[in-house]
Ligand binder design. Sequence first.
Ligand code: CTP
Ligand code: MG
Length: 220
Amino acid sequence: MSTWAVLVAAGRGERLGEDRPKAFVGLGELPLLAEPLRRLDECEWVDHLVVVAPAEWEEPVILLAEELGASKAGACVTGGETRTESVRLGVAEVPEDAAVILVHDAARPLLPAGLVKRLLEALGAGFDGAVPALPLADTVKRVRDGVVAETLDRDGLVAVQTPQAFLAPVLRRALERGEGTDCASLVEATGGRVTTVEGDARLLKVTTPADLELVASWLR
Ligand code: CTP
Ligand code: MG
């Protein structure tokens, strides 16, 4: 019963606006990718790792994994045009007998040690999928053409993060489905039961330069 992690790092990082993909922008002394790669490799609940690299950055990914001594990182594949496509390409490298697949955004470097355990426990309790979630602090409104159309009832609304954990066959089936902003939405659409576990504010997704600065400050 093995657990595989697919680390998606193939995005361009357009909103960060640097001269290289987000995964290779500096965070401390190393490229951003080093942090989530090392954390997943050191996680006792993860058996194997697939890294999904930006086109033409496969070699630097392999060299970085070697430099870090990330011995679980057995495969590196080139990503696709969308996040879902990159996940699909990564999952294609996971052997058929894998029990669980975790999908994690390289753009969320500060993966806390205990989170993977909480996700796997939720699968053990009988769910098809489990995702980290945080309550919303702000009031949420729907706006159309600059006018507030609706204020949503915040009760029951959460913001979800990665890693997201799934029973491997359920995720494979869901990925045949199409596109989604996260993997859980595809699993939900195919009738899978997904639960939430407590997320972590420091698992912030680096999107803008300010996010990168914040994450760097948490690491110092
Ligand atoms: N991702 C990917 N393949 C893509 C798009 C995104 O592997 N075609 C990955 C990113 O590398 C990131 C995660 O999915 O780890 C979340 O995506 P996002 O934060 O949107 O990163 P980017 O797409 O790189 O950033 P931007 O949208 O600003 O270009
Ligand atoms: Mg993107």
